[in-house]
Ligand binder design. Structure first.
Ligand code: ADP
Ligand code: ZN
Ligand code: ZN
Length: 753
């Protein structure tokens, strides 16, 4: 059977869409792999061109007689591009996408744009020679040439526009001086730099920090490993303020010394001026950033600068992972538990797993850090797959961990307090306002308010099969989005008989109104998606608060990380339950993370902080362990739950998300997927052991006239799910059932479909 290579000729955004097929001559079978750089005849004239192999197949896509042969393979070893193409191929396999989608994710995005270059005139001759020339021109009364040459003699180098506009040099004058070899005309490519180093340099921290024992241990272990050629993944479990960032910088310095580069991944929300400043004041202009507010052109500039070796550290969210560094030594992933590390669009890759794969290819190490590690990473650390470090204390002298207490909102109601603020929180707020200290009020509301609970006893209606809370639907029913179980909203609480059974629904705006009523003299800032729309909206609010220009900051998860507020001595979490009863198996983990991170905002300075967690479930393990600030205790309970319910990370879970404009098609297609998988699962004598849940309607059965169905596939082994995806992808291609139906895959999804 003949073999064919899918080849892209130009690595740029538009061209990756165009894949050309070539026949692989038999003598190259062994050598040609995905990512190989090959020589091919191209176009009508069969010009010799270089191209990258992005796929190998035995099935030709074109008329075989018209398929040309690959000429040869470039034997330069593995280039950076080869590596990135291999990474794209890995992403395509692991997460399910087309190769083009994967390539577009991984390869630097170039778009047709005007090169931001500017032309420069430069004196090409010595001062002496210039003087002679000047005399010559003066004698001949070449006044325009005299003007231009005098200018160049004074400045040496000048922008083209200055010469033409200020010195009135015409094009022909410039050309003739160029022809006489008096000046160079060249174009200086400017790759825009998003960091204003000057502004930051002025703020350079004076006192050098000497690392604490806990920090030193990490640094020494890493360095010893690194120097003896050991590359692996480390997990730093360190409480907020324990000095993880200091450690990252120390590790980066080490790999930089070896001539390598480093990628620092942080959630976009923590990519604040403060964070960037710390890196820049240590590493200067070796640092650049990426963020989603940058234009494609600005991003492409950073990729170019990286390729040219102008920078060696990039700080950015998920996509910074694909920075084209030639000699990558280290990938840091701060706040590794954050959901934003998972892509929400196809390919739905997880940056943590992908970072580990990129590091493996490049011979780099990975360092993950968090105060609340993901269940996935902590499990791997426990199994010895990752090396675990723990930091239990805050780095700054006097910055003790805050005092955390919970308040039972059921009790408040019983005793007649219907306000948003418990008596304890109110009392502390009065105290802090009097002392002129700052307060953060935290509402983890977003997307989690559609469950029903009893205001008197805290009872929440959950699914008997899946142990997640049922989601309220507008038609008045409650539904499990995992298995489709449905029941009517109870009129009275089945636990205590109370009539106060209803949905949650207080937003940040309501909190603000309440504060204005209760504390009319206080200065309040509100931070949520409404108030932070502008380009630097949220940074502006944080800075105003940091400067002490407000007493109370109200916010959603946005305020959890990033800025240091030394004057904050009270954090109030208004309704901890809001994230507890999301209809997602990660709700407990999410709640623990949010509470711990929010608590971490208190007492960063000299004054000890208080944290008040208001909740209807003071005995829930997520809340108890957040109160005790005991990650281990949380982990032990959560992993039992995951185990019993067969959820990740114990089981691996593939979400198959099926949508169609026609309801009937969506239903038929989702049933067909289930049947096909069932047959495939049983087909060989040796059963594969795949578990299926569903199909059922998505959380929202219909959005924008598109019907949504979900099917879950579970197995202990990730590779089995990859096989299942490949099998299904093949089936989708030839079955007519899937005309007008879209099918997406999501491995160990963060999202609720
Ligand atoms: P994390 O990233 O774990 O939240 P940081 O690295 O931001 O912690 O450290 C918290 C604060 O403590 C910062 O202001 C940092 O400058 C300071 N810090 C870190 N390590 C030390 C140290 N060894 N000695 C004194 N201060 C330190
Ligand atoms: Zn009740
Ligand atoms: Zn269910």
């Amino acid at each position: 059977m003949e073999r064919y290579a899918d080849i892209i000729i130009h690595i740029s955004h538009e061209a990756v869409d165009r894949i050309f097929q070539y026949r692989i001559p038999e003598h190259l079978y062994e050598q040609i792999q995905i990512g190989s750089l090959v020589i091919v005849p191209f176009g009508n004239g069969n010009r010799v061109q270089k191209g990258y192999v992005v796929g190998i197949t035995t099935i030709p896509n074109f008329d075989v007689t018209k398929i040309k042969n690959v000429i040869s393979i470039e034997e330069k070893g593995v280039t950076l591009e080869s590596q990135l193409i291999q990474l794209a191929s890995w992403i395509k396999e692991q997460y399910g996408s087309t190769m083009i989608q994967a390539l577009k994710t991984v390869l630097p995005v170039k778009e047709k744009m005007e090169q931001k270059g500017n032309r420069v005139l430069e004196l090409r001759i010595s001062k002496e020679e210039a003087k002679e020339k000047l005399e010559e021109y003066e004698k001949k009364h070449y006044t325009a040439k005299v003007r231009l040459l005098k200018g160049l003699m004074q400045y040496g180098k000048v922008a083209y526009s200055v010469a033409t506009k200020q010195w009135k040099a015409t094009k022909s004058v410039i050309q003739s001086l160029e022809a006489e070899q008096v000046l160079f005309l060249h174009t200086k490519q400017i790759h825009r730099n998003p960091v204003n180093y000057k502004k930051i340099e002025d703020l350079k921290e004076q006192v050098p920090i000497s690392l604490r024992e806990e920090q030193k241990k990490i640094v020494t272990t890493f360095q010893t490993d690194y120097d003896s050629g050991i590359r692996k993944t480390y997990l730093i479990h360190g409480v907020t303020g324990s000095g993880k960032t200091e450690v990252y910088m120390e590790l980066i310095a080490h790999v930089l010394e070896k001539g390598k580069q480093a990628i620092v991944l942080i959630p976009e929300i923590s990519l604040t001026y403060q964070t960037v400043r710390r890196f820049v004041s240590r590493f200067g202009d070796a640092v650049t950033i990426l963020n989603s507010r940058m234009s494609k052109g600005e991003r492409y500039d950073q990729f170019t600068r990286a390729k040219n070796g102008e920078i060696s550290i990039v700080i950015g969210p998920r996509s910074a992972l694909f920075m084209p560094f030639q000699d990558l030594g280290l990938i840091i992933m701060d706040e590794e538990h954050e959901m934003s590390y998972k892509s929400e669009t196809v390919p739905k890759y997880h940056a943590r797993e992908t970072a580990i794969e990129r590091a493996r290819m490049a011979g780099a190490s990975v360092v993950l850090g968090s105060a609340t590690p993901s269940l996935e990473s902590y499990t791997k650390a426990k199994l010895g797959e990752f090396t675990l470090f723990t930091m239990k204390e805050r780095a700054k002298k006097d910055a003790a961990l805050p005092i955390v207490e919970t308040v039972d909102l059921r009790q408040e109601l019983k005793e007649g307090n219907r306000s948003m603020f418990s008596r304890r929180l109110y009392e502390l707020m009065v105290d802090r306002l009097k002392k002129g200290e700052q307060i953060i009020l935290f509402l983890n509301r977003r997307g989690y308010s559609n469950f029903i609970s009893c205001r008197q006893c805290g009872y929440v209606v959950t699914c008997p099969h899946c142990d997640v809370s049922l989601t309220y639907h507008k038609n008045g029913s409650l539904r499990c989005h995992y298995c489709g179980y449905e029941k009517a909203v109870p009129k009275i609480c089945p636990e205590c008989g109370s009539q106060y059974i209803a949905g949650f629904g207080s937003g940040t705006q309501k909190v603000e109104e309440a504060i204005k009523r209760v504390f009319p003299a206080s200065r309040v800032l509100r931070m949520d998606t409404d108030t932070t729309k502008g380009k630097d909206g949220f940074e502006h609010i944080l800075e105003t608060f940091a400067k002490g220009e407000a007493d109370i900051l109200i916010g959603t998860q946005m305020i959890v990380k990033g800025h240091d507020f030394p004057r904050v001595t009270l954090v109030g979490i208004l309704a901890a339950d809001l994230s507890l009863h999301g209809n997602n198996f990660r709700s407990g983990e999410r709640t623990f993370q949010l509470l711990t991170q929010a608590a971490g905002r208190a007492g960063r300075g000299e004054i000890a902080g208080n944290v008040v967690i208001q909740t209807y479930n003071p005995e829930h393990y997520s809340i108890v362990s957040a109160k005790m600030q005991d990650y281990e205790a949380f982990y032990e309970q959560e992993i039992v739950y995951r185990n019993i319910m067969k959820y990740p990370p114990v089981y691996q879970m593939l979400t198959i998300f099926i949508t169609s404009k026609e309801q009937e098609k969506a239903i038929v297609a989702s049933n067909a997927c289930k049947e096909a998988i069932q047959i495939w699962n049983e087909e060989e004598r040796e059963k594969k052991g795949i578990l299926l849940v569903g199909p059922s309607d998505g959380t929202f059965a219909k959005i924008q006239d598109t019907y949504r169905r979900v099917l879950y596939v579970k197995h202990l082994d990730y590779e089995m799910l990859v096989k299942c995806k490949d099998f299904l992808a093949g089936y989708l291609e030839y079955s007519v059932i899937f005309k007008g139906v879209q099918v997406q895959f999501d491995f160990n999804a963060m999202l609720v479909y």
